[in-house]
Design a protein. Structure first.
Length: 85
């Protein structure tokens, strides 16, 4: 969305809400782009990131099939000569 700076003054709250929602909001001066309103992404601290990584690893372990190997996961599709079976 493009809007002039003078029009944006009366709609700032709505424009910020739209930018936070992912819309591109460009403010213009004399019809030319001047600035873009962009939502700031939250920064995840080390502790939170560590907790998230532990949860992801634990979930991956519970989903792993015992004895499975990604390198061998399609071996049953091929015969001893390596041709489709």
């Amino acid at each position: 969305m493009r809007i002039s700076v003078s029009d944006a003054k009366s709609q700032l709250t709505e424009l910020v809400r739209r930018a936070e929602g992912g819309d591109e909001v460009v403010l213009t001066r004399h019809g030319h782009p001047a600035v873009r309103l962009v939502a700031i992404k939250p920064v995840i601290d080390r502790k939170t990131r560590g907790t998230l990584m532990r949860k992801l690893r634990a979930a991956a372990v519970t989903k792993a099939v015992p004895g499975s190997d990604a390198a061998r996961s399609q071996d049953e599709l091929y015969d001893a000569d390596g041709l489709p079976g």
